[in-house]
Design a protein around this ligand. Structure first.
Ligand code: SF4
Ligand code: SF4
Length: 413
């Protein structure tokens, strides 16, 4: 994580942000408690009848949250069929009281649904969507000011705590936003779910830049927290960037094919992030396991891979895999979209290049290239530039997503 010097009023901003996120959506934490199936496909699989072991886990009834796995001959049958860890019964709650104890600190009450005209959405998801979008807009405004940019670390830590450990990575999971959107538009789902957030993030990215990735996403924040600077310089080159781009496109296509063919959120079965955020339940489960299911092994491998690569490399999942980051990055190519540009004051000092840990700016053969499709609007380059040359611009006939600077002369491509 980039170092953030403290500024006066910083904690006030933090409290204000937390207040905004938690209180603007008074019912935000309540999960789907109607017991209805949001996903037809899930309904077909019979997952609506599962209990929520994470809710039970928070009860003081000394219940065994893993009783599902202990029953019968195959303790892993539920694992393979029901996605307990991955979705945490988000669509399958039957007991609202236990659910709310775990997920929203008694801020229950957001039951029901909202008809948006073009789509229906559960009230709790609508509230969370609204809260996350407001926080993202706030970040998009703050990144434009030097003092505001110093708050990024606080946003990231808040994201890890709220969307990560509190909401166990389910609410605000970027992949879920895409999957919900695709499944709804493909007709697999009756409710748009967090697909509405996906639409909102595209709009926010268009007007304010990819601040979701740089400031709010719990997956990005977790990776950034784990990163030890300076460990993997060898990953910085135009060639590795191309390889990363290809892997992101391949994974996006694979995800779309899987969603289109199966109509289910298979990613949730193997998502390492939610399992890290729900570490106690997951590791309890692993420790009590007597044999290993294939998906469980995949999850363990992905968790280890994610943890190790995140320490060695800056945001490895974001840069090599995330389909949502890839899609949001492409928004910079659209005319009128917000992007980071250089207004002709380049000193050719490489300060921005060194500051950009995400490697959206790469320097080779004395040529610096800033590629906005890779920029997560963290604002570090703006802070680093001694000439205040980097600033937010709009994609236009003159300003394009790529900025190429040589000997202080910059041009857009
Ligand atoms: S690239 Fe994906 S995982 Fe990374 S911050 Fe953006 S949405 Fe989150
Ligand atoms: S170019 Fe790099 S340092 Fe600058 S805002 Fe984008 S990601 Fe951050």
């Amino acid at each position: 994580m980039q170092k953030n010097k403290s500024i006066s009023g910083q904690w006030l901003f933090t409290i204000a942000l937390l207040f905004l996120v938690v209180c603007i959506s008074p019912y935000a934490g309540a999960q789907d408690t109607t017991g209805e199936d949001e996903f037809k496909a899930w309904s077909e699989e019979g997952t609506q009848n599962q209990t929520n072991e994470f809710s039970e886990w928070n009860e003081d009834e000394a219940q065994d949250e893993f009783s599902d796995w202990d029953e019968g001959d195959d303790e892993f049958s539920d694992w393979s069929e029901g996605d307990e860890f991955s979705e945490f019964s988000e669509y399958t709650e039957e007991d609202s009281s236990t659910t709310c104890k775990h997920s929203c600190n008694n801020s229950c009450g957001a039951k029901g649904e909202i008809d948006l005209g073009f789509a229906k959405i559960k009230t709790d998801k609508f509230n969370w969507t609204l809260s996350i979008m407001l926080a993202t807009i706030l970040a998009g405004i703050l990144v434009r000011f030097g003092a505001g940019r110093k708050l990024r670390g606080i946003f990231l830590i808040s994201s890890i705590l709220i969307l990560g450990f509190w909401k166990v990575g389910c609410t605000g999971c970027p992949i879920t936003t895409l999957m919900d959107f695709v499944l709804y538009t493909a007709g697999y789902a009756d409710y748009i779910g967090f697909g509405l957030l996906f639409i909102g993030l595209i709009l926010i990215t268009y007007f304010l830049g990819q601040v979701w990735c740089g400031w709010i996403c719990p997956f990005g924040a977790l990776q950034e927290l784990l990163y030890l600077p300076g460990k993997a310089k060898w990953l910085v080159s135009h060639k590795t960037k191309k390889a990363f781009l290809i892997s992101r496109i391949v994974l996006l296509i694979a995800l779309l094919i899987q969603l289109g063919v199966m109509g289910t959120k298979y990613w949730c079965n193997i998502d390492p992030f939610t399992n890290i955020f729900a570490f106690r339940a997951f590791f309890d489960f692993v420790l009590t396991a007597t044999s290993f299911h294939t998906e469980m092994i995949i999850v363990i491998i992905l968790i280890l891979l994610l943890l190790v690569t995140s320490v060695l490399s800056y945001r490895p999942f974001c840069r090599t895999m995330c389909p949502v980051g890839f899609i949001l990055g492409q928004v910079a190519r659209i005319p009128g979209a917000a992007l980071v540009g250089i207004d002709g004051k380049c000193a050719s000092c490489k300060m921005c290049n060194n500051a950009c840990t995400y490697n959206a700016i790469i320097r080779a053969d004395k040529v610096s290239v800033l590629d906005n499709t890779d920029c997560i609007a963290c604002g570090d380059c703006m802070d680093a530039c001694p000439k205040d040359g980097l600033t937010f611009m709009k994609n236009s006939r003159k300003v394009k997503a790529k900025v190429i600077c040589k000997h202080g002369e910059c041009e857009f491509k």
